[in-house]
Write a protein that binds this ligand. Structure first.
Ligand SMILES: *[C@@H]1O[C@H](CO)[C@@H](O)[C@H](O)[C@H]1NC(C)=O
Ligand SMILES: *[C@@H]1O[C@H](CO)[C@@H](O)[C@H](O)[C@H]1NC(C)=O
Ligand SMILES: [Cu+2]
Length: 579
């Protein structure tokens, strides 16, 4: 009896205790959850720096400004320009309009000494087929242009022959028509070797430079299957097209390469093919090894970026502020992305940081890749900054910005979401120390940084360009290459120039050079560029006799950046200073 009542008493006490603790927990969680960080779309704390309207001196032309320049140039009867993409090469084609950057001295006077607002001007490039010259003009002032000036001689110290122009969409159209003529001329061979007929064609990929001396415009064109991942489906057929004439009906095929063998003309190839004196390529379906389709379904959603208290950066027009940082930005159709007037804690540390060139150099026994050096700015780097995909190209929560460009088009084009800006955690401390030896203490700082990014897809390659701004005051310029490799049909002797990547496919050996311009302005414009290297010196040990040791020592070199333009070329990292 006594035991029974004792038991039920304990039971009730326990039940009450559990209930009370549940209630207490709910209350405590309720109180504390108010203090835990919540995801907030709105910024909780004010920004540290303010936007600066004057960043507009570096801003790319707006849609309206492109139109103002285009209309003004069309009105100039003596220039006689066309904006039609299918203008004949012998016509005058308005190829490019972009911001003409004002001079540095003038901009610094404006930014630092309340000097006059620099005149806003555009650069326009016209391919004067009628005069056989490429000319560059400065057009201004915007928004209502009243003058244009030929600046070709001033900027390049030479005249530029029309043969040096880049291939336009209009000329590609003519080239493709020309190549269709080649295909139909070699009908039976094309069908038997490559399954080319009325419904099926091949894709053309050209090589550079277009010749070996000034004035040449002869391009080796290699052919690839028209399937996903074109660039790794070479078929073993290349032709050298002379397209120097401004009249496409004068273009010729100068050489052909079929299965590693050269021919002087289409007739020559056709004749030898029919006579059976050529090692034939017999068409065969190939497995789709170049598809971009994921091979596996993703397992759940990967980790995501979110801003617990809103964004710590802000973008207004072409100006970004982020913690102690501020900078202006732009995107040149030719050279790519760039930032100006980069300040940390209000002080300018960089006048300019910009992408200038991306070059790739190839090796092969086949002509298509033998001489090839792609200098991407000759085609245009920034012009290929296309829309960025949320959650893949940049985090979902990044800020996406549109750009407007005018290059090889009949009118300005908007590229949606072609720049992204975001702050992210690098997943590593910026600095930390755990004091083990003398005191037991720890100090660390989370490393989050602001990324300014564009991705340019130039033919087979996609270059991912980042400028990264760290809380330590350092800036990083970074590039990753992805996309497809360039390849050629595997012929005898070519394994010395690459590795086999699929049946009959050689991934050609190559290297990349990337060129940035860095105009450092720390505490004014008079900066030195100093390199520090290390060498070993043989030193006698002062506290011993007849004993020597090799001790590392500094080797310093100083260069005044206002006097010299420096470019540092190494594979994948090239830096230009103080140009
Ligand atoms: C191109 O050349 C062909 C043949 O010589 C000629 O008939 C034609 O008019 C020329 N076209 C142009 C645009 O000059
Ligand atoms: C360093 O200098 C001493 C004296 O000239 C010489 O005997 C020794 O071989 C040197 N050591 C090296 C590593 O060069
Ligand atoms: Cu590569």
């Amino acid at each position: 009896m006594g035991e029974h009542s004792m038991n039920s008493c304990t039971k009730w006490t326990l039940v009450l205790f559990v209930l009370a603790s549940i209630i207490l927990n709910i209350v405590l969680i309720g109180i504390r959850s108010g203090r835990a960080p919540k995801c907030s779309a709105k910024r909780v704390h004010p920004l540290r720096r303010e936007h600066d309207e004057r960043s507009r001196v570096f801003a790319d032309l707006s849609r309206d400004e492109y139109l103002q320049v285009q209309r003004y140039l069309l009105r100039q009867k003596d220039l006689d320009v066309s904006t039609s993409q299918i203008a004949e090469p012998s016509d005058n084609f308005l190829f490019l309009i972009e911001l003409s950057l004002p001079g540095k001295a003038q901009v610094l006077a404006y930014l630092d000494q309340k000097g006059a607002d620099p005149t806003r001007e555009a650069t326009a490039v016209v391919f004067h087929g009628k005069q056989g010259l490429v000319k560059e003009y400065v057009v201004g002032p915007l928004p209502n242009p009243t003058y244009y000036r030929d600046v070709t001689q001033e900027r390049y110290q030479t005249q530029i022959p029309i043969t040096a122009r880049t291939v336009t969409i209009g000329e590609y159209k003519l080239l493709f028509t020309f190549l269709e003529g080649v295909f139909s001329r070699l009908g039976r061979l094309m069908k038997e070797s490559f399954d080319v007929d009325r419904d099926k064609t091949l894709n053309a990929f050209e090589q550079m430079p277009r010749g070996v001396q000034s004035g040449d415009r002869k391009t080796w064109i290699s052919f690839f299957r028209d399937v996903p991942g074109v660039y790794i489906h070479p078929v073993g057929f290349e032709v050298l097209v002379n397209h120097q004439s401004l009249n496409a009906s004068a273009w010729t095929v100068e050489r052909l390469l079929y299965n590693g063998q050269y021919f002087n003309s289409m007739e020559d190839l056709q004749h030898q093919y029919d006579a059976g004196s050529v090692k034939k390529i017999v068409y065969k379906e190939s497995p789709g090894h170049g598809s971009l389709r994921p091979r596996n379904k993703p397992l759940q959603i990967g980790p995501q970026l979110f801003y617990a208290e809103g964004k710590r950066y802000s973008v207004s027009h072409n100006h970004v502020v982020y913690l102690d940082w501020s900078f202006a930005f732009g995107l040149s159709s030719l050279t790519g992305m760039r930032v100006f007037d980069v300040r940390f804690g209000g002080e300018r540390i960089l006048y300019e940081l910009s992408v200038q060139e991306a070059m790739s150099v190839y090796g092969s026994v086949t002509p298509g890749m033998m001489l090839t050096k792609f200098l991407d700015s000759s085609i245009g780097i920034g012009r290929f900054a296309h829309e960025l995909v949320r959650g893949v190209d940049c985090p979902h929560q990044a800020t996406y910005l549109d750009t407007y460009r005018y290059i090889d088009v009949p009118g300005p084009v908007r590229f949606r979401n072609s720049i992204c800006v975001f702050e992210h955690s690098t997943g590593q401390p910026l600095r930390r120390h755990f004091s083990d030896f003398f005191h037991n203490s720890y100090g660390g700082m989370a490393n989050s940084a602001l990324v300014f990014r564009t991705i340019t897809s130039i033919g087979n390659y996609d270059y991912m360009w980042d400028f990264i701004f760290y809380q330590s005051g350092s800036v990083e310029a970074k590039v990753h290459a992805t996309g497809y490799i360039s390849s050629s049909y595997l012929v005898d002797g070519n394994l010395r120039f690459g590795h086999q990547v699929a049946e009959n496919v050689l991934g050609n050996i190559h290297t990349h050079f990337v060129n940035f311009k860095v105009d450092l302005d720390v505490l004014g414009v008079k900066n030195y560029f100093q390199t520090k290297d290390m060498k070993y010196v043989n030193m006698s040990l002062p506290w011993m006799t007849e004993r020597w040791a090799l001790v590392p020592q500094l080797v310093e070199q100083q260069l005044k950046t206002e006097q010299v333009g420096l470019c540092f070329w190494t594979s994948l990292t090239v830096v230009c200073i103080g140009l």
